[in-house]
Design a protein around this ligand. Structure first.
Ligand SMILES: [Zn+2]
Ligand SMILES: [Zn+2]
Length: 419
């Protein structure tokens, strides 16, 4: 009986130990006032969102969210390749995603909106809200007949200094990622990570080594750029990263100065600076030409796979654009949601834990990777725009494995045993 289910959900929730600062109180009040009698009605009607083989679908609004097969109407959470596919007739995204989407997908029919701006799609009210994942990333809020659903896309809760910070959105049903949904993933504040990066860079400079830092081209690269101590030296970029920077600058974003590495770039000059490179450049002649160099890698996976990655990289920096374990739980809790659907990451483990602490959590199957799918997109970009280098041409072969689900640098490790 629905009513008894509601009571049992509440009593389970009240046993939760993770609630902070009265959130539980708010949640209970929210449940009473917002569900009440029409919860009986909402249980009987069709859910606002369905999980289909093309992507997350809203039948009432007749649109998809981040579809991986071509559809007529697509709402895009962010411009990473596993969320923004080519081939849809119409796209809706945040203003800050505009130039990157046009750059990555070519001539698409794209409508952009501000955070919080409400638009109607066949009677469903749709708005985008900051996800804090990368520049322009959004959660999608949908409201229909008094019920609110939110699709998180990828998100992180730490303010990275460049993406609009994550804002929790109250909802009845929350569709969440859980890329790092294991307790072992606990991020340190980024200020400490950037101190480590700056010290490593400075030390390399003192020892006559070039500094090559790898992070994916949309999000991580700009986060690094904006947080480095530029008193140490100049920032040089691989063409794939610089193309993304240029798209963002066209979009009005004020990024710190960078210099694209070209055939004319002097090796001795580069040695004093820091080189930002995409995952697809690892192991290529393009990277080898900077020898002698020290090579660092920025990824959340460094938290547990650092030792392995360091066989290839000299330094692993635990810097992720996804929420860590505590971040996921606090974000989900702050929505006050009744049910949670987990799209990608450690969905089974995380769903079990959420159910234990009183949420109604479900795993759903999607094709989202751990992140942007930088491997396929960056490799493709390299093939389209091969940059000349002091040693000749950049190799067209990427040594980064491309997974069918479009995983990126962070995701490239995901096929391995998680622990
Ligand atoms: Zn993703
Ligand atoms: Zn992403």
């Amino acid at each position: 009986m629905p009513h008894s289910l509601q009571v049992s959900t509440r009593s389970k929730r009240s046993r939760r130990s993770i609630s902070k600062n009265g959130t539980l109180q708010l949640t209970d009040t929210y449940f009473k006032t917002n569900f009440g009698n029409h919860r009986l009605f909402s249980m009987a009607k069709k859910p606002l969102l369905e999980f289909t083989d093309k992507g997350i679908y809203c039948p009432a609004g007749k649109f998809y969210i981040d579809p991986w097969k071509p559809v007529d109407d697509a709402v895009i959470t962010h411009a990473h390749a596993d969320h923004a596919y080519f081939g849809n007739k119409h796209y809706l995204a945040h203003h800050f995603s505009k130039e990157v989407l046009l750059y990555r997908l070519g001539d698409i029919q794209l409508q952009t909106v501000a955070y919080g701006e409400k638009i109607m799609k066949n009677g469903v009210q749709v708005s985008l809200h900051p996800a804090g994942h990368v520049i322009g990333s959004a959660q999608v809020r949908m409201e229909y007949q008094g019920e609110v659903w939110v699709v998180s896309g990828d998100y992180k809760v730490e303010d990275d200094g460049i993406s609009t910070p994550f804002e929790p959105v109250r909802c009845h049903h929350f569709i969440s990622e859980c890329t790092f949904g294991m307790p072992v993933y606990q991020w340190k504040p980024q200020a400490g990570i950037f101190n480590d990066i700056d010290s490593w860079w400075f030390s390399n400079q003192q020892h006559g080594l070039a500094t090559v830092l790898v992070g994916y081209s949309l999000g991580k690269a700009q986060r690094i750029l904006q947080n480095l101590d530029l008193n140490i030296g100049k920032v040089y970029t691989h063409g794939v990263i610089e193309n993304t920077n240029e798209a963002l600058r066209r979009n009005g974003l004020l990024l710190n100065p960078t210099e694209r590495i070209t055939a004319d770039t002097l090796k001795e000059e580069v040695r004093k600076g820091i080189i930002l490179a995409p995952p697809s450049s690892v192991g290529t002649p393009w990277m080898r030409k900077f020898q002698p160099y020290s090579f660092g890698y920025c990824s959340g996976w460094m938290a547990i796979r650092g030792a392995k990655r360091r066989r290839a990289a000299d330094r692993g920096f635990v810097l992720s654009d996804h929420a860590d374990w505590d971040g996921l739980i606090s974000a989900i809790d702050a929505t006050g949601c009744e049910s949670v659907y987990l799209t990608h990451g450690y969905t089974a483990t995380f769903a079990r834990y959420l159910n234990e602490i009183g949420f109604d959590a479900h795993e759903v199957h999607t094709l989202y990777g751990d992140d942007e799918g930088a491997a396929p997109s960056d490799a493709a970009e390299e093939e389209r725009s091969v940059q000349p280098t002091p040693e000749g041409k950049v190799s067209k072969r990427s040594e980064v494995k491309v997974s069918p689900s479009g995983e990126d640098s962070e995701g490239a490790d995901a096929g391995e045993e998680p622990l």
